[in-house]
Every structure is written in structure tokens, then in C-alpha cells.
Design a binder for this molecule. Sequence first.
Ligand code: PAF
Length: 286
Amino acid sequence: MTDSAMPLPIADSVPSLRAQIALWKKAGDTVALVPTMGALHEGHLALVRRAKAVCAKAVVSIFVNPTQFGPNEDYGRYPRQEAKDAELLASAGADLLYLPPVEAMYPRGFSTTITVDGVSKGLCGDFRPIHFAGVATVVAKLLLQGGPDRALFGEKDYQQLQVIKRLVIDLDIPVAIEGVPTVREADGLAMSSRNAYLSPAERAIAARLNVILGEVAGRAKGGEWPAQAAQWGRAELEKAGFTKIDYLEIRDAESLVALERLDRPARVLAAAWLGKTRLIDNRAVG
Ligand code: PAF
């Protein structure tokens, strides 16, 4: 058995997580945290590999966070496969799996919610009103529980990444936040745990999302007004067979404010439905 195939050590409480990280730090090791909700795919494993490239130790948390799901969302059916995830993480070189029970994250009487204004508004924030407060609260807790030097997040959840960057600046949390480029299937579909919900017919349409975002970015870069390029993109998504479009917009790449003209780094972001599955994706403009 090679080292990478060894079973992954698990911490299932805040004290056990802290004890292991304290030992590593005492030995002079840097520590990276990769927060996840499990149902891991190649996109998560890319985060782990990057974590190991920049820090001596990589901790991965798996916690399906109830507070970031709305009442009619997929918390109950979100895929859970911890044993398989642990094997994948061991082979990607992770050093510790943090599996907190719900009571460790939200003990009886829990009453604190962190809301990040500004970047949480608009885009997904309009359609998932409690989502980013749930994300900010759980990520702040994970960062304070583990005290990592660095934490890594996928760019696929681009608005989430900007929310978390703002959160650590505003609350002086001493951690470097790194966004890692989206990992895609061969046809360009962004990897996501929710892709598992798609029927074969929906899966074929899903690949059009990334293509259309690329075309919208090209149009805006070629001189079309951002609003006009975005409108074209929404019509293309409809033609492709997306059943509902929450948004497709071109925004400032950092603050996510709406852009009238393309006079700074920008991002095209979209959320669209195929039946009961909501897909999100984004691309740099230019
Ligand atoms: O991106 C996710 O998987 C989740 O939103 C996160 C960051 C782990 C918080 O629950």
C-alpha cells in the first residue's frame, strides 16, 4: 500500500481539529484548508492538489451546511458519500479530513449570523436570499476553528469567493484566500456535485452554458455594450433549452457591481435551470 492509499485521519470535533493543526504548526508546517460539502469531484481534488503545492499540510472539511439552503432547496437530497470522498482525498494527498457533526457547528442556542453586504446582493443573492449569510457564517466558523494559513475555494462559485474575500478582510481573519480556476468536463461543463441530478438529455444541453458565456464574453470584448451582450446570451440559453434563467450578467470582476461599459476587469456570470437542477457558471471577460 502506498502512502497516498493510506486511510485518511479524521477529526470529528473542534478540539481534535485544533490539536492536530497545533502540532503541525509547532513543527513549522503551513496548513491549508479546503472547505467542501462532499460529493467530491475532480474540481475539489484540484483544490486539494493546489493546497498541497502551497502548504505543507492540507485539511479538507466536509459539512453539508443546512443554513445555506433555502426551505425549498436540495439540502435533503444533496449527495452524501463520505467513504468514497475519504478515499478520493487520500489519493489526492490530503492530510486530514474534518467531519464536524451538526452540533459542533450549530450547538444548541446558536444565535449568530454573519451577513456580508454589497457582494452578496444581486446575482445568486436575489434568488437565494439566505444563502450567502449561511456560507459566510459557516466559513467564518471553519476558519476560526482551524486557523489555517490559507483557504482555497473554486472560482465556479465566483460570487461566493468574493463574499469570502470580503468577509476575511472585514473581520480581520488572518488567512489568505485563494480562488482556483474551475475544472471542466471534456465538453466544457463546469464540474459540480449537482451535475449528478441531470438526466442524459439535460446533460447534453448543460454543456451549452459555458459555450454561451464564452460567446457573450467575446461579444463584450469585441465592443458590444455589456447589457446588450448579456441579453443576447439570455436568449441563446433559452434557445438551447434551459427551462428558466435566473440571470446572465456582466459584472465588475471584484465588487460584482453592474457595468454599463467594459472599462475594467469583468466577469460574465449566469444561473440557469434545466428541470429541477440549477446550474451556475462564469467566465472572465477578456
Ligand atoms: O462551496 C461549497 O461547497 C460551500 O458553499 C462551502 C464553501 C463549503 C460552505 O459550506
